[in-house]
Ligand binder design. Structure first.
Ligand code: NI
Length: 160
């Protein structure tokens, strides 16, 4: 396993649409292992393959530190409610923004054995699923944010 370099906002690759995965090759297994390691090392709750320079529809998510999800070719099939809150991205270090997302989503995907899996979540998990899936279509949270990009470590009135 290895830590991979995380592409930062402004990198053209982060604006590209990713391709579906048709087969989990040993190379893709390595990529997934590296994505998990890279996400944990950076203290992130999710990472999408384009963030490490690979234009494939793969994301990893772990919002609790206790359960990681590996989602291949993921799609959101149900969503409801709304949450408005702070969101950040490993491709935009030391910044965050306020973003509205559904409060509940259900996602279908394939696991590393190309078997169908279903993940549903609320709150942070729902937010992470939406955020990571956006990366696969070349989108970042800054496009959806309310107001300006904010600096981490600064106290904002509306976040108290
Ligand atoms: Ni991100």
């Amino acid at each position: 396993m290895a830590i991979r370099n995380i592409r930062e906002y402004g990198d053209e690759l982060l604006t590209k649409k990713c391709k579906e995965v048709t087969e989990v090759t040993p190379r893709i297994k390595d990529l997934i292992e590296d994505m998990l390691e890279t996400m944990y090392e950076a203290n992130g709750v999710g990472l999408a393959a384009p963030q490490v320079g690979i234009l494939k529809r793969i994301v990893v998510i772990d919002v609790t530190g206790a359960e990681s999800y590996i989602l291949i070719n993921p799609r959101i099939v149900e969503s409801s409610g709304e949450q408005v809150g702070v969101e950040g991205c490993l491709s935009l270090p030391d910044r965050h923004g306020i973003v509205a997302r559904p409060n509940y989503v259900k996602c279908v995907a394939l696991d590393v054995n190309m078997k169908p899996v279903e993940v549903e979540g609320t709150e942070l998990l729902a937010r992470a699923i939406c955020h990571e899936l956006d990366h696969l279509d070349g989108h970042m949270y800054v496009e959806k944010m309310e107001g300006e990009l904010r600096d981490n470590g600064v106290e904002y009135e509306d976040e108290k």
